[in-house]
Design a protein around this ligand. Sequence first.
Ligand code: URA
Ligand code: SF4
Length: 203
Amino acid sequence: MIETGAISMEQLNRQVSQCTHCPLWTTRTQVITGQGSLTAPLMLLGEAPGGHEDMVSGQAFTGEAGQHLEEFLQFIDIGRQEIYLTNTVKCRPTKPSPRGRYGPYSNRRPKASEIKACSHWLEQELKLVSPKIIATLGTVPLGRLLGKNIAMKDYHGRPFFSEQYQAWVFPLFHPAAIIYNRKIQPLYYADLAQLKEFIKMHL
Ligand code: URA
Ligand code: SF4
């Protein structure tokens, strides 16, 4: 068990699993905690769990998102167990949708207030895992690390060093975005190829 200061990942996960810091606790089935290697040099930071994570698997990036992730990991030639995988917001954000696939809801982006409320948990994870590279998937996690709203076109594929986290941040599009927006597909794959090289150089 890894201990840093007073709290271990096990203790942290126990606490986050009971969190009621924002209204998402009232609609969630379960909290989706981070997973993977606690000594991983690479952290993948997603947005928030979706319906499959919340209602079926209880794990981050499963269902359709999991397929995108598998493809992603194959492309950069890294196994799921070698990374630490987590989300910016730990409970599924929903909006009512009578014909939803997972309950009478569909997924939505987390609100700024939910991101802020959940911030504390991610900070603790970052301290415990202390990754060398944080690859952010989409605008939500990157905006969270930078503390401002951002446009992906200004950041994707341009790693920068975060003094605050003592880690390289590598901004990527969200893997699901290439489904909605075919035009970014070549940019997404170019960024992944660059990430692969970046990992070779820095890890
Ligand atoms: N599932 C997750 O766990 N995170 C995402 O960002 C999307 C789907
Ligand atoms: Fe707590 Fe985060 Fe879930 Fe909100 S989203 S209830 S802050 S764990």
